[in-house]
Ligand binder design. Sequence first.
Ligand code: PEP
Length: 249
Amino acid sequence: MVVANRKMNGDIPSNQLFLEKLVAETQLHQQADYVVCMPHPYLYQAQSILEHTHIHWGGQNMSRYQSGAHTGSVSPPMLKEFGCKYVIIGHSERRMHGHDTDLSTGERFEVAVKSGLIPIFCMGETLEEYEDGATDIVTIRQLNAVIHEIGVQGLAGGILAYEPVWAIGTGKAATPEHAQNVLGFLRGHIEILDAELAQNIRILYGGSVNSLNAKQLFDMPDIDGALVGTASLNPEEFIAICLAASNAS
Ligand code: PEP
């Protein structure tokens, strides 16, 4: 699976070029799933172009509330009304700048699932935590916040993404071995609680994935795909990552 996180980028003409090219050039390579998470104002455009194609789309965040006095927020039914199948929850940029906490991300994972959306739940340590050897402690804490809220079986309704903060947007991807170790560790943690779920749940890696490192990452046994930021802004780069995923499947 390859997920584009377009963040706060794009405009109507460049989105159109990107989405139409993505549909056309992945048409014959559907062994992987492709998702494009757009800024909310462009969800209608994504729906118009991607409806009836093999590409899915989603939001980059959502409120835990269904409606009401929450200025600037977007509710689960709104995402659904614009055809979203997925929503990113707990991206580190929102944890750092948007006041997302372990508790609020766990709650919104549950709300997303109950609303019929598939949350793509992001976990990852900062550079300082990485240097302190705290990767496992931090990611498990973040994951346990979801398990606490929805129960281990509830995880089945979502997708997990390990995104070390030090690799996001820096051009310094984690090595495939490091990513594999962390994903293997997370899968092992889930396995203790539910062996079947551990086998089936999708766990993605995110952080400076590009057309050059994608194949090596996808060759790792526990890496089920990628969450892609910067490289999703370049259609050729993103499509190359999609094809690498399709070929790896
Ligand atoms: C992200 O922000 O989710 C991400 C993975 O970004 P980048 O690919 O630019 O590191």
